[in-house]
Every structure is written in C-alpha cells, then in structure tokens.
Design a binder for this molecule. Sequence first.
Ligand code: THU
Length: 160
Amino acid sequence: MKEINLTTKIAVYLLEECSEVEKKLIESAKSATTKAYAPYSQFRVGAAVLLENGEIIAGNNQENAAYPSGLCAERTTLFFANASFPDQKVRAIAIAAWHDGKFTHDVITPCGACRQVLLEAENRFHSPVKILMYSEEGIYVVPAVRDLLPLSFGDEMLKR
Ligand code: THU
C-alpha cells in the first residue's frame, strides 16, 4: 500500500501586511456585502475580482425564493468579470461576509461549486488565481485555486 499526502499551505495575514492592491480588493469585497441580496439567509457575502489590467469587479450573493436558483458571491462576481472582460486574466479574488451586524469573526471559504468555477478561471488563462479570505481576525491567503481543490477535475482530464 502506498500513501499520498496532500497538504495545503495557508498564509494568514493582518490587513496591514497586505499590499495596497490587496487592501483595495479586500475593501471592495467588504463593501459589496452591503449590496448583497440575501433576504433568506441574512448572510451577506461580498467578493471582488482583480483582473490583469488592474480592474476590480465586485459582486455579492443573489438569493432566490427557490433557494437553489440563487448564486454565491464568488460565482456572481467571477461570471460578471469574465463576461465583461473575457480576455483579462483573473489575478485574485477576495471574499468577505457580513452576518448578525458584523463581519464574520472567522474566514468564510468558497463552497465546492465556487471552487470548481474559480478553477476554470485559473485553467482558462493558464495563470493562478490568488484567494484572499477576509475575517476580522486575519486574512487567509492561498496562492492558487488548486490549493483549495486538490484532486480537482479540470480540462486536462478531458484529454485522458
Ligand atoms: N454563500 C456565498 O455567497 N459564498 C460562499 O462562499 C458561501 C455561501 C452564500 C450562499 C447563500 O446566499 C448564503 O451565502 C448562505 O449560504
């Protein structure tokens, strides 16, 4: 029997340790929580995508009375960014969530479906997408989506 160990390194930053553009990205994600449409969960998620041309696109979760028809902040934002700038590499995405009158104490991490969609952006542009997960305590940073989605299914699998 052989064993394969998969490890994920997460850097935890304080806001003041982030670069200026990262701070701006995080602020955009935080600000986007105020425009979320989350009447059912009251869990307001904001996301902000940084493109290669420096453009920052912000978005949030959009819920629906038919619950599964709603969409997470990450996918809403990424799809809008890709639809608006189809030729721009996605450099990074920041995520923040507002609940019970404050930003979450602990980070919120992208759901499985959002990780899969984020992976497509990484593969499509052959370039890693950094993920910054905001919390009041610290910011989790992973350098690429594949770090959050080990053994993922990507376009290369279709060629096997
Ligand atoms: N949600 C996001 O927008 N992003 C995540 O990473 C996790 C969950 C949304 C979906 C739903 O509108 C609400 O948060 C509660 O699950």
